[in-house]
Design a protein around this ligand. Structure first.
Ligand code: FES
Ligand SMILES: [Fe+2]
Length: 387
């Protein structure tokens, strides 16, 4: 990140700290708890938020070289992203057009030779999803047009090392999103992070018994750090103020470490912000790109089978090729990170989910000091009410 931008953000933090305030939303929001429990809303979210809009799928390094691929599940839709021989990414539904088996078997891999065979009856496909062969079928599919039995293609966009896929249901139409506006004004910040140079070191996926928005909510305010995390990270971060900026639907949210005060003694030209912050970009609707001093973490949160289930994937990436030593270091970092979320944040959210399902309360209140929460839920309202 350019020095000028770092100083802009640092000075904003200092001004808030000096005046003992924080970035404030215009007004408090009353949040209906049915947003986390309603089966009807869950169906609407699947249809309008998780189908037909571009979703963050991974970093470009997940399929860095021609023939590399990665697979993911976009709220139930199995997807594979492959880098073609021309260096461009393709996204396809990872399902065989014969009888629906998953074709690309692994989360990450590399295609060698002529292509890949479906495990069910060994139809084979090339890296672009074209059907190559149907062994032992003889006359079985004679009247079918082979050209129409290729894997279904999805729109994919690669920008500043970020990969987005538009999961479209069959026959569905997209929201008409212009891929150029996906990141809003966060384009420059994200370009500066050189995300294309990072490589995956380790990953964790878990299914949790709470609504996907309750998982996101915990990342969109730092107000809870001094309290919920008092035994872990609490002493090392400011709970308030933090650095907050909204760019259309994208949010920048930086948690500031307490030891930043040592940096403030230096003249401005010698100061750096990045070693003292966890720089977090929330990519609406369900992903976070987190820059820590020497690595990147990504979070993807999807709704599960119902409103009370979510699927959370956390990835950790290092700069350049990952040596054994780097992997050991990064895995340790990932364990520390998920140690905090999975033993402090998520159990808190799961208890809240149980309580609201039991009818404990009709609403929550989001304070003006929690602008990220207000912003996120206003965007959900906007998406659900836009035809
Ligand atoms: S389902 Fe793939 S070959 Fe039959
Ligand atoms: Fe937390």
């Amino acid at each position: 990140m350019r020095h000028e931008r770092q100083m802009e953000l640092m000075n904003r933090f200092v001004a808030l700290r000096d005046t003992k305030t924080a970035t404030m939303a215009d007004k408090v929001r009353t949040q209906p708890t049915s947003a986390y429990t309603s089966p009807e809303l869950h169906e609407q979210e699947l249809a309008k938020i998780f189908r037909g809009r571009f979703l963050f799928a991974g970093l470009a390094g997940d399929a860095a070289m021609p023939g590399d691929y990665f697979c993911l599940d976009l709220a139930g839709l199995p997807v594979v992203v492959v880098r073609g021989e021309d260096g461009l990414l393709r996204a396809m539904v990872n399902m065989c057009t014969h009888r629906g088996a998953r074709i690309f078997p692994d989360d990450h891999g590399h295609l060698e030779g002529r292509g890949i065979a479906c495990p069910f009856h060994s139809w084979s496909f090339d890296m672009y999803g074209r059907l190559l062969g149907q062994p032992l079928a003889r006359e079985g599919f004679k009247e079918c047009d082979k050209g129409l039995l290729g894997m279904r293609a999805l729109n994919v966009v690669e920008r500043h090392g970020l990969v987005f896929v538009e999961p479209l249901a069959t026959g569905g139409t997209g929201a008409g999103q212009d891929p150029d506006t996906l990141l809003g004004g966060a384009d420059q910040d994200l370009a500066d992070l050189n995300l294309g140079n990072y490589r995956l070191a380790d990953s964790r996926t878990r299914t949790l018994p709470l609504n996907w928005k309750l998982v996101i909510d915990t990342f969109l305010e730092s107000y809870h750090i001094f309290s919920l995390h008092r035994e872990s990270i609490g002493p090392y971060y400011f709970s308030t103020p933090n650095i907050f900026e909204s760019f259309d639907s994208t949010l920048l949210f930086a948690g500031v470490r307490s030891d930043i005060v040592t940096e403030l003694d230096k003249p401005e030209a010698e100061r750096n912000l990045l070693p003292y912050v966890t720089l977090q970009y929330f990519l609406y609707p369900n992903a976070l790109i987190v820059h820590q001093i020497d690595h990147i973490e990504t979070w993807q949160v999807f709704p599960g089978a119902g409103p009370d289930e979510s699927i959370v994937t956390t990835n950790i990436y290092g700069l350049g090729e990952i040596t054994d030593k780097a992997r050991t270091y990064l895995t340790k970092n990932l364990d520390l990170l998920v140690g905090v979320t999975d033993t402090e944040d998520f159990p808190q959210g799961i208890r809240t989910q149980r309580a609201i399902e039991a009818g404990a309360s009709d609403s929550f209140v989001f304070g003006r000091n929690e602008p990220g929460l207000i912003h996120f839920h206003e965007w959900i309202d906007h998406t659900l009410t836009t035809p």
